[in-house]
Design a protein around this ligand. Structure first.
Ligand code: 1GP
Length: 246
């Protein structure tokens, strides 16, 4: 099954499942809500996992028809069970392992699923709290208000062949990526723009979409309040169906 990244004519909602918090009850609840809400995509992955990502992906696929994309925090999270895999290059950082080293190690295993690999330029933005991604990647996040650096980095990612740019505030971020940064990046790149981290209210999700995000990712917020995913999908639908009367 091929997963299309939503392009700029249609906004999408992705729900992040942290494998370490994905017990049976949580997965059943998340799957039920996501299916009813009309979630476009599950992302599965985390900065550090102690459980089998394969079994989480398999269970989600048993429970719903929603496509599951891997969002691997490290090489141990690679599995062929997923419909697609975000091959993340941490282009905001200067850790060579996360720019090419891990990709070389993963490539022989990914060779058989290369049609399902989506290269993503992953940019970590400082959103007010020290995040697991920052520590685990041993990279500095990009300053919150340096929009010009974000634009230049995203453009470089696009020119290097990335199929999407992900502006990441970090899971549980105090505040989401600045909508002004989303707007600045979106207006310059031609590939889809994904953002996540701290999108835990419908208002924050709407702001990210309106600023130009093609796909929003929400994780913690849905774990704490399963109704958030319904609100997120309603915001998406309203914006997707909005017609401009001239
Ligand atoms: C993290 O962007 C995702 O990679 C989701 O973040 O858990 O804060 O929603 P939250």
């Amino acid at each position: 099954m091929r997963v299309n990244i939503p392009w700029r004519d249609r906004k999408a909602v992705a729900q992040l499942i942290d494998p370490d918090r994905a017990g049976e009850e949580m997965l059943v609840t998340a799957a039920e809500h996501a299916a009813r809400a009309g979630v476009d995509l599950f992302l599965v992955g985390g900065s550090l996992t102690a459980v089998s990502v394969s079994s989480v992906v398999r269970r989600l696929k048993e429970l719903t028809n929603i496509p599951v994309t891997l969002f691997p925090g490290d090489l141990t999270q690679m599995t062929e069970e997923a419909d697609a895999i975000f091959l993340l290059s941490l282009i905001s950082g200067r850790n060579p392992e996360l720019l090419i080293g891990n990709h070389v190690i993963a490539a022989p295993r990914l060779r058989h699923m290369r049609d399902r690999v989506i290269p993503v330029g992953y940019m970590l933005i400082d959103c007010g709290s020290r995040t697991s991604v920052e520590y685990m990647s041993q990279t500095s996040p990009m300053p919150y208000d340096k929009h010009d650096i974000a634009v230049a980095t995203a453009l470089a990612g696009e020119m290097l062949g990335m199929k999407a740019i992900y502006l990441e505030g970090g899971s549980g971020a105090a505040m989401p990526v600045d909508p002004a940064m989303i707007r600045a990046v979106q207006s310059e790149i031609r590939i889809p723009l994904i953002t996540g981290g701290g999108l835990d209210t419908p208002a924050r999700i709407e702001e990210a979409f309106v600023a130009g995000a093609d796909m929003v990712v929400t994780g913690n917020g849905c774990e704490q309040d399963p109704t958030l995913i319904h609100e997120a999908c309603r915001v998406r639908d309203r914006l997707n169906h909005r017609t401009v009367i001239v």
